[in-house]
Design a protein around this ligand. Structure first.
Ligand code: HEC
Length: 214
């Protein structure tokens, strides 16, 4: 009796169990052990070197390949976010014009004959900023003559709908579209015009406007 058998005998039924375990182990083929070991090494390799080191920003659950995205660097914050917010007054002005004005004055600024006066080639648009600002703040009604055609409609004021920046942008836009060329209007200028004319009730008439200088 060698030492091992002695030990298992002390454990009583240990001998029978030990024998069984031994024979079970014998049934595992060597190639399988080798294969498992290689598979283990391979998975370890993948885990350590190919997974982006557990960074969650390289995991893409939409990816068919275990969501694994090949060593892609975490995307940098796009630097364009600030410039994507529109700051160009012509752009802001165009948006505002299309939303608030184009239904009457039309996209091409030509208005509708006899109904809505044109903004293209209009002295009211490219002329005095103060007069244009006053018209936009409070509106305009009554007899009006533009480029040989007469109008007698009513335009509401925009002082509650548009803030200084938007009004300035829309003025800049209509002063520089459809062949119009005039200097741009600053937010500060509209602020001053609003202080000056904003309290007026009702819309302007052409006679009243003639008193507004530059
Ligand atoms: C509901 C239709 C309507 C809308 C919307 C409208 N207008 Fe007018 N607009 C008129 C009418 C009508 C007149 C002429 C009023 C009159 O006959 O006295 C006029 C006159 C004008 C004038 C002076 C006359 C001229 O042709 O130069 C300007 C400038 C003007 N509008 C700019 C604008 C701007 C800018 C907007 C947008 C913020 C706008 N309008 C939105 C109907 C409109």
């Amino acid at each position: 009796m060698n030492e091992r058998e002695e030990n298992t005998q002390i454990g009583g039924s240990g001998k029978r169990e030990g024998g069984q375990a031994k024979s079970r182990q014998d049934k595992i083929p060597r190639w399988f052990l080798l294969f498992s070991f290689l598979a283990f090494l391979l998975s370890l390799y993948i885990l350590v070197f190919e997974t982006g080191r557990w960074q969650n920003n390289v995991f893409d659950s939409g990816n068919w390949f275990w969501g694994y995205v090949a060593k892609e660097k975490p995307k940098e914050e796009p630097k364009t976010t600030i410039s994507q917010v529109k700051t160009d007054p012509m752009e802001i002005g165009r948006e505002q014009y299309q939303a608030m004005c184009s239904a009457c004055h039309q996209q091409n600024g030509m208005g509708m004959p006899g109904q809505y006066p044109p903004l293209a080639n209009s002295e009211y648009v490219v002329g005095s900023k103060a007069r244009l600002g006053a018209i936009l703040l409070n509106g305009l009604s009554g007899q009006l003559n533009i480029n040989g055609s007469s109008y007698n409609g009513v335009m509401p004021g925009w002082k509650t709908a548009l803030n200084d920046a938007k009004l300035a942008a829309v003025m800049t836009y209509i002063r520089n579209s459809w062949g119009n060329h005039a200097d741009k209007v600053e937010e500060m200028e509209v602020k001053q015009l609003r202080e000056k004319y904003g309290k007026k009730e009702g819309s302007w008439t052409v006679e009243e406007l003639s008193q507004i200088g530059n």
